[in-house]
Write a protein that binds this ligand. Structure first.
Ligand SMILES: NC(=O)C1=CN([C@@H]2O[C@H](COP(=O)(O)OP(=O)(O)OC[C@H]3O[C@@H](n4cnc5c(N)ncnc54)[C@H](O)[C@@H]3O)[C@@H](O)[C@H]2O)C=CC1
Ligand SMILES: CC(=O)C(=O)O
Ligand SMILES: [Mg+2]
Length: 372
């Protein structure tokens, strides 16, 4: 199989979908690899690292898209990339379709077989291809939020850890999954006073256990969130209902409950965001203010630490990439129901129910797609 990896073109996205190690692995199994020149540079992998594995480095994304059977990427295909995708081509990347009707329409119109990293499962209730980037974004969230709290950035001027005699920042993390736990770890480490909210009591028990009294857990309901807001210096949004549009947990009206210069970090922005006033921002222009509250809503946070993120993502995608290359997408998905859960579009059909519900498009089952 010919596997193609273009250079990412989303704003300030320095990750790459295929590491030289992954290229070496599939080439050793008899496959061919083409990589766009410069694709790995932002992650510290020059073209030579790819050519050393036997991969072919080509000058343009057009050539990668025109020749490859399987395209491996990081971010959802941008409008220009979607024009280059072909009927029957397999795309393996993050998609986040629920809040993105334009992308969904283009993938369906193009007849692309698209497997979304964020909905591949592991059979233990986890999302193995989302988790590594959630670990990164979670660790970054308090750091980015602390920067936004600084006066020069519009924040209230509160230091995360306080100082002797002055209280630390109050930080609420809504959603205690992978992002939430990683964010808690860093926020606690910075000395903040941390509360984690979740709807899963077993998850709250787990966090209560592992943090051994260094944070507070709270069941997440509307009244509880509203009661917390007036005291918080920072609220980190980290909820997920897999594949679905994020539920809105803080309304615009509720911003008035918050302290002026408090910060909202909406990590769930890639699924549409969990605060009503969130809209996606970029690393170039990461924050904006609504009613005196600073919003940080970067949809590709891990791109900021591309070296770490690319290697972590490459480790996680490698076994699935090998299965797709060795067996073809259909057999690989028949063999592995967890990979099949990643299928979001095939031959003009949407194959993920939660995306269909969010966008009002009828979805078929992924099993039905295997018969087409
Ligand atoms: N902006 C970025 O660059 C990145 C964003 N993400 C996003 O972060 C979000 C969280 O991802 P993970 O932590 O991996 O998901 P996860 O599935 O590990 O955790 C989500 C948690 O949210 C909880 N939850 C669901 N509804 C809730 C509610 N109404 N109130 C409180 N908790 C609720 C669930 O019980 C679960 O514990 C996702 O939208 C993901 O795509 C992940 C990586 C990078
Ligand atoms: C998860 C995701 O969208 C990202 O890492 O950018
Ligand atoms: Mg994203």
């Amino acid at each position: 199989m010919l596997i193609g990896c273009p250079k990412e073109i989303k704003s300030q996205e320095y990750r790459v979908g295929l590491t030289p190690r992954a290229a070496a692995e599939v080439i050793a199994r008899g496959h061919k690899v083409i990589v766009e020149t410069g694709a790995g540079t932002g992650s510290g992998f020059p073209d030579d690292d790819y050519t050393a594995t036997g991969a072919e480095v080509v000058a343009t994304a057009d050539e990668v898209f025109a020749r490859a059977d399987l395209i491996v990427k990081v971010k959802e295909p941008q409008a220009g990339e979607r024009k280059m995708l072909r009927d029957g081509q397999v795309l393996f990347t993050y998609l986040h379709l629920a809040p993105d009707p334009d992308q969904t329409r283009d993938l369906l119109a193009g007849g692309v077989t698209a497997i979304a990293y964020e909905t591949v499962t592991d059979g233990r209730g986890g999302l193995p291809l989302l988790a590594p980037m959630s670990e990164v974004a979670g660790r970054l969230a308090p750091q980015s939020g602390a920067w936004a709290l600084q006066k020069a950035n519009g924040g209230s001027g509160v230091l995360m850890g306080g100082v002797p005699g002055v209280r630390p920042a109050n930080v609420a993390i809504i959603g205690g999954g992978v992002v939430g736990a990683a964010a808690a770890r860093v926020a606690v480490g910075m000395g903040a006073n941390v509360t984690v909210l979740d709807r899963s009591v077993p998850r709250l028990s787990y966090l209560d256990d592992v943090f051994m009294g260094r944070l507070t857990t709270q069941y997440s309901d509307q009244v509880g969130v509203a009661e917390l807001l007036p005291r918080m210096d920072m609220v980190i949004g980290a909820v997920l209902i897999p594949g679905a549009a994020a539920p809105k947990l803080v309304s615009r009206e509720q911003l008035a409950l918050m302290k002026p210069g408090a910060v909202l970090v909406d990590v769930a922005i890639d699924q549409g965001g969990c605060f009503e006033t969130s809209r996606p921002t970029t690393h170039q222009d990461p924050i904006y203010e609504v009613d005196g509250i600073v919003h940080y809503c970067v949809a590709n946070m891990p791109g900021a630490v591309a070296r770490t993120s690319t290697i972590a993502l490459g480790n996680a995608t490698m076994p699935f990439l090998i299965a797709l290359a060795d067996n073809g997408w259909k057999q690989a998905c028949k063999d592995d129901p967890n990979l099949l859960n990643g299928l979001n579009t095939h031959a003009g059909h949407l194959t993920y129910a939660a995306v269909g519900e969010a966008l009002g498009i009828e979805a078929i089952t992924p099993q039905a797609a295997l018969t087409m």
